[in-house]
Design a binder for this molecule. Structure first.
Ligand SMILES: Cc1cc2nc3c(=O)[nH]c(=O)nc-3n(C[C@H](O)[C@H](O)[C@H](O)COP(=O)(O)OP(=O)(O)OC[C@H]3O[C@@H](n4cnc5c(N)ncnc54)[C@H](O)[C@@H]3O)c2cc1C
Ligand SMILES: NC(=O)c1ccc[n+]([C@@H]2O[C@H](COP(=O)([O-])OP(=O)(O)OC[C@H]3O[C@@H](n4cnc5c(N)ncnc54)[C@H](O)[C@@H]3O)[C@@H](O)[C@H]2O)c1
Length: 447
């Protein structure tokens, strides 16, 4: 017997940070809401992204911070117990999916498990259910991109790395973005021999080169080996592991190979053509209201080709914005300054106007990069790779962009984000007192 059609005010596809934020905001408006998930409730960030990565990072960070005090008061040589570390991570992640699904259901949101696929602009099929809605929100995220080369079946991804039972002795990472630098840092600090193979000579190219170069120095001190300008031709299986082979003849024998060459939006198996929704390789094409080419269907978070970094905070921000659009607010989306951090050794963070953008208008912007390694905040931690870059608008004496490299960069960038958002001038900053000595108390000496 054919299933009856189930009707909702809004149906959301994907239960990651974006989908969940949209569902709960719409539910709080009193709407009938359904959400569909085909895999883990909670999505990438808490199951196989930000949170599990930061759990692994926290342990090796403690080890690295202690190591910096060798000969300066701490004799202990800490050793990583990877299986125990992984058990600690799994104790956290195993609760995420059931508890996320439970809290959605408890708040009156109907949950469907299965792959969602549009059969028409107003109907979504999920495991034999036909869901109709006045509005749909596509929040299907992204998946790791793989390389189309012989031996691609031997490539692992960040998802595999974050769930490794044992840490391989020798790891090779292909790519030069967030994932490559974060996995390289964790693996090297945990004791693995790491090689990062890049197909160009400009890793993390959205960040200032001077800071990236110093981050590379920091990782090299952890014995990470960088190989530049090597386009990968093939991955071969060998008796002890694998061999990566470059197009120029470069070879490297290793125990495991991880592809960190970007992520691709989950928009290709959604029946979007039947729904009248256009997409590109960057995701669902959206306007300044995050509306797709079908006006009643929106896209948010990693799945949307919107002009912001694809991060958890931007996903949640877009989701709440769309819920307000559906409630009748018709203003175009405007984004606040978006901070971002690469959790490596050390950490690299950035917010607001970038150095490249500022240098295009030197009459207006002043870029000041300070080596802060002699400052007490960094000296007391025995840190040596530390830079802070401040971009000031000369018109009003305000900070409009910043980048930081240090083990404190993740917190420092949040202070700077607040200063940018609140349009703090140097004068106002100098009139504020901060507890001393802290990273915050450094702020008034930076601009
Ligand atoms: C290794 C790693 C580390 C990261 N670290 C950070 C970090 O430190 N800070 C940060 O801000 N961001 C980080 N990110 C990025 C962050 O995880 C994403 O930006 C965020 O998860 C995006 O949320 P989303 O809801 O748009 O997508 P996702 O979290 O990917 O959720 C999408 C959901 O949709 C589901 N889905 C897909 N297709 C369908 C379908 N057809 N039917 C039903 N369900 C479907 C998926 O299974 C998934 O659960 C990291 C990402 C990775 C991979
Ligand atoms: N801390 C965080 O906030 C965090 C951490 C991890 C991931 N993320 C999110 O996930 C996204 C994906 O991260 P990612 O590191 O996979 O992608 P990325 O876009 O940051 O970097 C991809 C890298 O792969 C390189 N590359 C592309 N094609 C290649 C090829 N054929 N051979 C060799 N190298 C190639 C690129 O030059 C680039 O250096 C990020 O952009 C970010 O949005 C965020």
């Amino acid at each position: 017997m054919a299933q009856a059609t189930e009707k909702y005010a809004a149906v959301i596809i994907g239960a990651g940070p974006a989908g969940n934020a949209a569902a709960s905001t719409l539910k709080a408006q009193g709407k009938t809401v359904a959400i569909v998930e085909e895999d883990l409730w909670g999505g990438t960030c808490p199951n196989r992204g930000c949170d599990p990565k930061k759990i692994l990072y926290a342990a090796v960070e403690a080890k690295q911070r202690a190591a910096l005090f060798a000969g300066a008061g701490l004799d202990a040589k800490l050793k990583t117990n990877w299986p125990e570390l992984m058990a600690n991570k799994r104790a956290y992640t195993r609760e995420i999916s059931p508890s996320t699904k439970g809290s959605l259901a408890n708040s009156g949101i109907k949950t469907y498990m299965g792959h969602a696929n549009f059969s028409s602009p107003t109907t979504l099929e999920v495991g034999g259910h036909h869901l109709e809605a006045e509005n749909f929100i596509i929040a299907t995220g992204q998946r790791p991109r793989l390389l189309e080369i012989p031996g691609k079946e031997f490539l692992q991804t960040s998802t595999d790395f974050l769930d490794l039972d044992n840490l391989p002795q020798d790891i090779t990472i292909i790519g030069g973005g967030y994932v490559a630098f974060e996995l390289a840092g964790i693996a090297a600090a945990a004791g693995s021999q790491v090689t990062v193979v890049l197909y160009n000579d400009r890793p993390l190219k959205a960040f200032p080169k001077q800071l990236v170069d110093k981050l590379v120095v920091g990782l090299e001190k952890l014995a990470v080996h960088f190989v530049y300008n090597q386009d990968l031709a093939e991955v071969k299986k060998t008796a002890p592991g694998f061999q990566v082979v470059g197009k120029s003849g470069y070879t490297h024998d290793t125990n495991a190979v991880f592809a960190a060459v970007g992520r691709q939006p989950n928009v290709d198996q959604l029946g979007l053509t039947q729904a009248g929704v256009e997409y590109s390789r960057f995701g669902v094409i959206v306007d300044r209201h995050l509306r797709s080419t079908a006006a009643h269907i929106y896209a948010v978070g990693d799945a949307a080709a919107s002009p912001v970094p694809k991060l958890t905070p931007t996903a949640g921000y877009e989701a709440k914005y769309v819920a307000e659009q559906i409630a009748g607010n018709d203003a175009e989306i405007s984004y606040p300054a978006v901070p971002t951090t690469v959790f490596s050794f050390p950490k690299l963070a950035q917010v607001g106007l970038t150095e490249d953008e500022a240098l295009k208008d030197p009459a207006r912007y002043r870029v000041k990069t300070t080596d802060v390694s002699s400052w007490i905040t960094y000296k007391r931690q025995h840190e040596s790779e530390t830079l802070v870059q401040i971009i000031e608008d000369k018109l009003n004496d305000q900070v409009v962009g910043a980048a930081c490299l240090s083990m404190e960069a993740d917190e420092m960038i949040n202070y700077l984000t607040l200063l940018i958002g609140e349009q703090y001038s140097a004068q106002k900053l100098r009139a504020t007192l901060f507890a001393y000595p802290t990273t915050a108390s450094d702020l008034q000496y930076l601009y």
